[in-house]
Unconditional design. Structure first.
Length: 179
């Protein structure tokens, strides 16, 4: 199954992007995760909808032809990043062509702080529900104190987190192909 993954952080050393690389590494058999780099997308602007920026269209196409989506969100000032908000705006447009409707979505998040993106994920899940996406409610996945869970090369090394990530990915498989 073909999964598109988006990191809401543009930072080169992003823990959220590293978490998606870990998801790709520990994905269940048959799950192929491609990480879509959102850094080339312009900020959402309704004036640009007529011509639609090619990078935004490419993301819409990738998501529409996928079996499911993973979003790893950072928490910025107790919400999601501006970059991720803008991406969701592109995906929801033009009117009547919402690319997230009906998509199975696993939300993850990694934070340097102790609450592990809880508030950002609440904000994100509210938006995704509004957009009629099928957001996985359980298990929730909050990675806190990220600097202790990755090594210097950005490899996820915390065994419990890896086990939990594998469970979350398995849940995504089950939602996409119920037994
Ligand atoms: C502008 C800004 C706001 C932040 N606000 C929060 C916050 O509200 N909650 C939190 O847990 N961490 C916050 N942080 C710290 C982030 O968790 C930390 O920078 C993390 O590494 C960001 O994710 P990334 O590694 O994927 O870029 C903030 C960081 C920045 C740069």
């Amino acid at each position: 199954m073909n999964i598109v993954a988006i990191s809401g952080s543009l930072r080169k050393g992003s823990y959220n992007t590293a978490l998606l690389r870990a998801a790709r590494k520990h994905a269940p058999n048959g799950m192929d995760i491609s990480i879509f780099d959102i850094s080339a997308l312009p900020l959402y602007n309704q004036d640009a909808e007529e011509t639609f920026p090619p990078q935004a269209q490419a993301l819409k196409d990738a998501i529409e032809s996928s079996n499911g989506v993973i979003i790893a969100t950072p928490e910025f000032n107790r919400s999601i990043s501006g970059a991720l908000k803008s991406v969701i705006e592109w995906l929801s447009r033009p009117w009547g062509k919402n690319s997230l409707a009906g998509k199975q979505i696993l939300v993850l998040g990694a934070s340097a702080g102790q609450y592990g993106t809880i508030v950002a994920q609440q904000h994100l899940k509210m938006m995704l529900l509004f957009l009629d996406a099928h957001v996985i409610g359980q298990p929730e996945f909050y990675l806190s104190h990220a600097m202790q869970k990755f090594d210097e090369s950005g490899e996820l090394i915390d065994k419990e987190t890896i086990r939990f990530l594998e469970q979350a990915l398995e849940t995504l498989v089950q939602r996409i192909t119920p037994q």
